[in-house]
Write a protein that binds this ligand. Structure first.
Ligand code: PGA
Length: 251
């Protein structure tokens, strides 16, 4: 059985005063059935990990460099995230692919670095609106998966997040059928990656893009959706807690 995962991506939002949300979230879900992860800006990882210690909330980074150390001004190595208290790291988010020109090859190298440091990699994939309109969604997702996933990746060290670019921060979501189509395709593609069904079944597949309390339950009822990667609605414990509760209820 795959353990469900509710992951929050704070993006470039949050200062120390926002850490109160962690306690509120942990208090509302002292023993969530699903895993709960918050990925704040790097400046807050250590402080958030301190607040989250002893609770059901885990802490992650939003990116790491592929190298272990060196002359890379402004970048952060995976082992540094780990030392700061992170257990996971989001990689290949579409905002990083767009803002920083990250390629699948770079995302794969970062995931390998994350694994070497003992972090779970949350690898993000997703088509643009133009690609969907052109009927290229599954081709794009297949290409990104094949290019971004390390050869040794398993469900124990890697989570896949399907995030249509046009659904992120827009309030628009794909239909449940469109989500199901991509998640079923991902599960099938993972069989090729793993070479066996059990390996493919072990990966958690998250949906991301405008998930909120009002649509979470319907999305979580879709087959092969094992949780969500949530941006805007993860900033407030009340909203994210409602999403966690919906995931718990989805069983
Ligand atoms: P959103 O962001 O929930 O604000 O749409 C999702 C994401 O980018 O992970």
């Amino acid at each position: 059985m795959r353990r469900k995962l509710a992951a929050g991506n704070w993006k470039m939002n949050g200062t120390r005063q926002d850490l109160a949300e962690v306690a509120a979230l942990a208090a509302a879900h002292p023993a969530a059935d699903c895993e709960v992860l918050l990925c704040p800006p790097a400046t807050l990882i250590a402080a958030m990990a301190e607040r989250a210690a002893g609770t059901a909330v885990m802490v992650g980074g939003q990116d790491c460099h592929a190298a272990a150390s060196g002359a890379h001004t402004g970048d952060i190595a995976a082992a540094m995230l780990k030392e700061a208290g992170a257990s996971h790291v989001i990689l290949g988010h579409s905002e990083r692919r767009a803002d920083h020109g990250e390629t699948d090859t770079e995302v794969r190298a970062k995931a390998e670095a994350a694994h070497a440091a003992g972090l779970v990699a949350v690898i993000c994939l997703g088509e643009t609106e133009a690609q969907r309109d052109a009927g290229e969604t599954l081709a794009v997702i297949g290409r990104q998966l094949a290019g971004s996933l390390p050869a040794t990746a398993s469900g124990a060290d890697t989570v896949i997040a399907y995030e249509p670019v046009w659904a992120i921060g827009t309030g628009r979501t794909p239909t449940l059928q469109q989500i199901a189509e991509v998640h079923d395709f991902l599960r099938l593609s993972l069989r090729t990656h793993c070479g066996d069904e059990a390996g493919a079944e072990a990966f958690r597949l998250l949906y991301g893009g405008s998930v909120k309390p009002s649509n979470a339950a319907a999305i979580f009822a879709v087959a092969n959706v094992d949780g969500a990667l949530v941006g805007g609605a993860s900033l407030k414990a009340a909203d994210f807690g409602a999403i966690v509760a919906a995931l718990d209820a989805a069983g």
